[in-house]
Write a protein that binds this ligand. Structure first.
Ligand SMILES: Nc1nc2c(c(=O)[nH]1)N(C=O)[C@@H](CNc1ccc(C(=O)N[C@@H](CCC(=O)O)C(=O)O)cc1)CN2
Ligand SMILES: Nc1nc2c(ncn2[C@@H]2O[C@H](COP(=O)(O)OP(=O)(O)OP(=O)(O)O)[C@@H](O)[C@H]2O)c(=O)[nH]1
Ligand SMILES: [Mg+2]
Length: 453
C-alpha cells in the first residue's frame, strides 16, 4: 500500500445515546492546531490529561480526559486525538462540531463508517481478516461469537492463512524455477518432492477450512424452515424454541399465513428459524399465497424441519399428504423428520425420527442437539476463531486450484498451467488477509462498519 497522505477525520467513537463516558476521536496528520484549539496546550504522548475542552469563545464545553497518540503508535497508525467527555448526546455533538470547526484549516472532515479501522488496515496495523473481526466483535450477540471474534482480532485466523501462504509460495517458487530453467524438467519437481509438498499443503488447507467453516457458522448461523401440514404444531414449535409467543397458535388448520422468522441461538450458534403456512391444497387465495411463500422459504433453507402430527399417524389421508410434501422438498437440503404432540400420543411404538411435544417441551433438548448436528457444529477442542462466508468461499477456491495443480503435476507436461493455478491459489488466499485485495472488496467490507470505528 502506498502511504499517501489522507484527510484528517473525526467522529464520535462511542455508541449513540447516553453513557457515562463518550469519546470523540480524530485521526490524521498534523493535528497540532486541533489539539491547541480544543485542549489549549501540548499534550504528553499517550498520557491522559484532565482539562476543559474549549469552545471557540474559550468557554468550556465539558471537562474531560484528552489523549494524544503521535503517529505511528495509535489504533490507526496515524496521529490520533481522543477527547473522553461525559457521554451525553448533546455534549458529543458539541465536541464533534467544535472539532470540525477548529480543524477546518487542516481539512478535518467527518469520518465515513469504518474509516478508522480502514486506516489501521492501510497502515498495516491490522490485516483484512483482523479488521473484519473488529466489526464482528462489536456485532457479536453471543459470548461464543465475541470470544471467537477476539481470537481473530488477535490474529489467530490470519496466522493460519499466513502459514498456508508460506507453504504455497515455497511450492510456487519450485515450479517457477523449473519453468525458468528449460533444461530442468518434471523430474526436477519429482526429486524435490513437489507431490509430497502439495499433499501436505492440501491437508493443512483442509484443516484450516474445517475450522474456518465452524467460525463462519458461528457468525452467520443457518436458516431452518419448519414445514408440514396445517395443525402439525409448527407455530407452537417456533414459540417453544424461541421461548416466546411469537406466532399465533389455534386449533384451526390454516392459521399461519405469513412467514414468522425468529433468530435463536443454541450453544452460541445462531439459528434463524422460520415458521410457515401449513402445506395443503387450498381454495382460499390468501392461504395459497402463504403456501407459496412457505415453498419459497423451503427453497432457500439450509435445513428443513419436517413436522408431523403423531395424533394423525394412522390417518391415511395425512400419510398421503406427508408423502406429497416429501416429494416436493428440494433435493440436497437436509430434512429432519420430527413428530409432534408426543404428550397426547399414548404409548404406541413411535415412528422413525425425533419425537417431541411443543406443548410440554419434552424432546426439545434432543431437537436442539439434532439442529446443531445438521448445522455441522462441532465444538472444537482448540476453540474457534470467527470467520465469514467470504473466507470459506476463498478457501474453497484455493482448494479447487490446488486440485488442478495435482492434475497438472500428474500429467507432467503442463508446468505452465500448474504455475498459473498456484498463482490463482495464492491470490485467493491473499483476498482473505487483504494482501493485494481489490479496492472494490475493501469498499464493501469497510462501508458496513459503524461510523467512528
Ligand atoms: N480509548 C480507547 N479505547 C479503545 C480503543 C481506542 O481507540 N480508544 N480501541 C480502538 O479500537 C481499542 C483498543 N485498540 C487499540 C489498538 C492499538 C492502540 C495503540 O496505541 N497502538 C500502538 C501502540 C501499541 C503498544 O503500545 O503496544 C501501536 O500499534 O503502535 C490503541 C488502541 C479498544 N479500546
Ligand atoms: N397436545 C398437543 N397439542 C399441540 C402440540 N403442539 C401444538 N398443539 C396444538 O395443535 C394445534 C395447532 O397448533 P399450531 O402450532 O397452530 O399448528 P401449525 O402447524 O402452526 O398450524 P398452521 O399454522 O395452521 O399450519 C393447536 O391447537 C395447538 O395447541 C403438542 O405438542 N401437543
Ligand atoms: Mg402455524
Amino acid at each position: 500500500m502506498t502511504a499517501s497522505p489522507r484527510d484528517p477525520i473525526v467522529a464520535i467513537a462511542s455508541a449513540p445515546g447516553r453513557g457515562a463516558v463518550g469519546i470523540v476521536r480524530a485521526s490524521g496528520r498534523d493535528l497540532a492546531p486541533l489539539v491547541a484549539a480544543l485542549c489549549g496546550r501540548v499534550l504528553k504522548p499517550r498520557e491522559a490529561t484532565y482539562l476543559p475542552f474549549r469552545d471557540a469563545d474559550g468557554s468550556a464545553i465539558d471537562q474531560g480526559l484528552a489523549l494524544h497518540f503521535p503517529a505511528p503508535h495509535s489504533y490507526t497508525g496515524e496521529e490520533v486525538l481522543e477527547l473522553q467527555a461525559h457521554g451525553g448526546p448533546v455534549v458529543m455533538q458539541l465536541l464533534l462540531a467544535r472539532c470540525l470547526q477548529a480543524g477546518a484549516g487542516i481539512g478535518l472532515r467527518a469520518a465515513e463508517p469504518g474509516e478508522f479501522t480502514q486506516r489501521a488496515f492501510l497502515n498495516d496495523k491490522l490485516d483484512l481478516a483482523q479488521a473484519e473481526a473488529v466489526a464482528d466483535l462489536i456485532d457479536a450477540s453471543t459470548e461464543a461469537a465475541a470470544r471467537s471474534a477476539s481470537r481473530s482480532l488477535a490474529g489467530e485466523f490470519s496466522q493460519h492463512i499466513d502459514a498456508l501462504r508460506e507453504r504455497l509460495i515455497h511450492l510456487r517458487m519450485l515450479v517457477e524455477a523449473t519453468l525458468d530453467f528449460p533444461e530442468e524438467d518434471i523430474d526436477f519437481l519429482r526429486k524435490a518432492d513437489a507431490q509430497g509438498q502439495l499433499d501436505g499443503l492440501q491437508q493443512q488447507l483442509k484443516a484450516v477450512l474445517a475450522r474456518t467453516r465452524q467460525g463462519a457458522l458461528l457468525r452467520e448461523g443457518i436458516t431452518v424452515v419448519i414445514a408440514g401440514q396445517p395443525n402439525a404444531g409448527k407455530s407452537s414449535l417456533l414459540n417453544a424454541l424461541a421461548g416466546a409467543e411469537l406466532a399465533i397458535v389455534t386449533p384451526i388448520a390454516g392459521t399461519t399465513r405469513d412467514k414468522v422468522e425468529q433468530s435463536i441461538q443454541i450453544e452460541g450458534v445462531p439459528l434463524h428459524v422460520v415458521d410457515t403456512a401449513g402445506l395443503r391444497d387450498s381454495d382460499d387465495p390468501v392461504e395459497r399465497i402463504g403456501i407459496e411463500r412457505a415453498w419459497g422459504a423451503i427453497a432457500k433453507a439450509d435445513a428443513v424441519l419436517f413436522l408431523h402430527d403423531l395424533l394423525r399417524r394412522d390417518d391415511v389421508a395425512a400419510q398421503q399428504a406427508d408423502a406429497a410434501i416429501a416429494q416436493r422438498l428440494p433435493a440436497g437440503v437436509p430434512v429432519l423428520q420430527v413428530w409432534n404432540k408426543r404428550d397426547a400420543a399414548g404409548d404406541a411404538a413411535l415412528p422413525e425420527g425425533l419425537h417431541l411435544s411443543a406443548k410440554t417441551g419434552a424432546g426439545l433438548a434432543e431437537l436442539r442437539a439434532a439442529l446443531l448436528q445438521i448445522a455441522g457444529w462441532q465444538a472444537l477442542p482448540e476453540g474457534v476463531y470467527l470467520a465469514r462466508a467470504r473466507h470459506v468461499q476463498a478457501l474453497g477456491r484455493v482448494q479447487e486450484h490446488l486440485d488442478a495443480v495435482g492434475l497438472h503435476l500428474a500429467d507432467g507436461r503442463t508446468l505452465d498451467l500448474m504455475a498459473e493455478e498456484l498463482r490463482l491459489a495464492q491470490n485467493a488466499l491473499n483476498e482473505i488477509t487483504g494482501a493485494f485485495g481489490s479496492d472494490d472488496l475493501l469498499g464493501v467490507i469497510f462501508s458496513r462498519f459503524c461510523i467512528g470505528k
